[in-house]
Design a protein around this ligand. Sequence first.
Ligand code: NAG
Ligand code: NAG
Length: 289
Amino acid sequence: MAISSSSRQMLLLPLLVAGVLLSSVHANFYQNVEITWGDGRGQINNNGELLTLSLDRASGSGFQSKNEYLFGKIDMQIKLVPGNSAGTVTAYYLKSPGSTWDEIDFEFLGNLSGDPYTLHTNVFTQGKGNREQQFKLWFDPTSDFHTYSILWNPQRIIFSVDGTPIREFKNMESQGVLFPKSQPMRMYSSLWNADDWATRGGLVKTDWSQAPFTASYRGFNEDACVWSNGKSTCPNGSSQGTSGSWLSQELDTTGQERMRWVQRNFMIYNYCADTKRFPQGVPRECTAA
Ligand SMILES: *[C@@H]1O[C@H](CO)[C@@H](O)[C@H](O)[C@H]1NC(C)=O
Ligand SMILES: *[C@@H]1O[C@H](CO)[C@@H](O)[C@H](O)[C@H]1NC(C)=O
């Protein structure tokens, strides 16, 4: 018996909903991302569970999410380039298009074997960044996968590593600080050569005899309001955004304590403390209550 198109839609709807729920459990790179450059240096394997990017003298590689988001909690497990990764940069960020773009950045600056990676973070609003904070990690990010998360909701941006918050950028629009909240962003990741600045400010160059350099990804989770045809749809279809708790999430006391622990022990650069760089005074978000 033929199924009418309206009853077919009825059948399909629960499947679609189940698919959305499943995709956040079993990340499938074939479904969620596309490799955009690198001429074969980016690869998806293991039925879509593993993605690798590589870099050699000729080129790096990169991929991006198929979806664009207006707010979300984006998680990725990454195992960084092992061994001598000096000169390489693995970037993982959200960014909107255009010349007045918004951007939320994680960048991992490689190092000589045994020397620590630097985790570099930044927040751009309307094309302007200059909000760098850098950290060392409390583990070896090359020996296993670790989860790097960006929580972006209308009130705040929280950067986390394995669930530990390391940085918070609050919405301080009421004090005249721009906050990204109207330009949808896509997730991007890439592995590239930046030996003109990345390691010890460019003193240590990439050792091409070690190439190809490879970073691995798994467990991509996009718990987000997805942008499509000029509107944002939150996980259960509510454009109000009443669905995900991440949409209103803030740091609880434990989260704040964890973040202070990281910042006290592992932060190696903070633009807010760089009074030489900002002789007229550090940016307003650094001092606003
Ligand atoms: C690399 O290691 C050196 C020596 O420990 C350190 O000074 C530097 O901050 C590390 N990171 C980068 C990206 O240069
Ligand atoms: C959708 O949002 C409502 C309102 O907050 C919530 O109660 C419900 O659990 C959500 N449904 C799903 C499937 O996430």
